[in-house]
Design a binder for this molecule. Structure first.
Ligand code: CP
Length: 311
């Protein structure tokens, strides 16, 4: 592939090879000298049109650990504020010959559109409600390391699924790897036409969590609710917030995940989120760096091959 725009285009064996390489980078990241050279001489530009802590920091660290020249565009201070369009901004940066462009944008499909206009490899760092492929890959690596496999697991994704690109990418990835998926949430926060994804749907946490191996919690994404129904946080926590009692319906060794940022006391109990015997939330963050190193390494290898081909 030239770009990483979504999980939809990836075959199961391609997903497995990204995770295998990321596993090797996870080991490198725990060594005192974390330097690799896979991106030496390459230029990486990060363009985040939407707020981020984990994704932006880990893409920057990943690029630097592999030797790239990394530039973070401060979009709030850019000429976008003077009315320059996304595409004109991308074409302007493209003229500076970057090799890797990492893009987050609030509109679904914006990153795909941009990828058609530039010569470099584009990585989707989250576009609207559409996809967040590196998040799904880091979640998959975290699950594989915790459970020893990434197939035939029973996995519950809980909460605001309708507005979540994380849920969408995870449903695609975990489905391709032949896991059993359960979606749990109020009907107002479940997407329409969900049955076609081959998942089971529950409105009750106790029923939905019964005997699952993995519990993945999601934030209420109010920024994408467009003035629609926003549930009361108290009522929501009572019915759908994960606490020790609700988790007791899952398998005794079930792991708790959350992509972050999390709202303690809204979708998850803070003590449970911090319980390292159950929660792998910090492992997800750690795997984020390794997965982004692997994804950029593989795209850079393709880029070098393409450029080496005779015209
Ligand atoms: N999970 C995730 O994408 O977090 P950020 O918005 O902080 O990057």
């Amino acid at each position: 592939h030239r770009h990483l725009l979504g999980i939809e285009a990836l075959r199961p064996e391609e997903i497995a090879s990204v995770l295998d390489l990321a596993d090797r980078y996870a080991a490198l990241n725990r060594q005192p000298d974390k330097h690799g050279h896979a991106l030496a001489g390459l230029t990486q530009i990060n363009m985040f049109f939407e707020n981020s802590t984990r994704t932006q920091a880990s893409f920057e660290i990943a690029g630097k650990r592999l030797g790239a020249d990394v530039m973070n565009m401060a979009m709030q201070a850019s000429s976008v504020k003077k009315g320059e369009t996304l595409i004109d901004t991308a074409l302007t940066l493209n003229a500076m010959h970057p090799d890797l462009l990492v893009v987050r944008h609030p509109q679904s499909g914006a990153v795909d559109l941009l990828a058609q206009k530039v010569n470099c490899a584009v990585l989707n760092a989250g576009d609207g409600r559409h996809e967040h492929p590196t998040q799904a890959l880091l979640d998959a690596l975290t699950i594989r390391r915790a459970k020893g496999r990434l197939h035939r697991l029973s996995i519950a994704i809980c909460g605001d699924i309708a507005h979540s690109r994380v849920a969408r990418s995870n449903i695609l990835l975990l489905g391709k790897m032949e896991n059993r998926l359960r979606l749990i949430g109020p009907p107002t926060l479940l997407p329409s036409g969900i049955a076609e994804f081959g998942v089971e749907v529950f409105e009750n946490m106790a029923e939905g969590l019964k005997d699952v191996d993995v519990v993945m919690m999601l934030r209420l994404q109010k920024e994408r609710m467009d003035g629609g129904f926003i549930p009361s946080e108290r009522e929501y926590y009572h019915r759908f917030g994960l606490d020790a009692e609700k988790l007791s319906h899952a398998k005794p060794d079930a792991i708790v995940m959350h992509p972050g940022p999390m709202n303690r006391g809204v979708e998850i109990d803070g003590t449970l989120a911090d319980d390292i015997n159950r929660s792998v939330i910090q492992d997800q963050v750690e795997m984020g760096v390794a997965v982004r190193m692997a994804a950029m390494d593989l795209l850079a290898q393709n880029l070098k091959l393409t450029r080496a081909e005779p015209a």
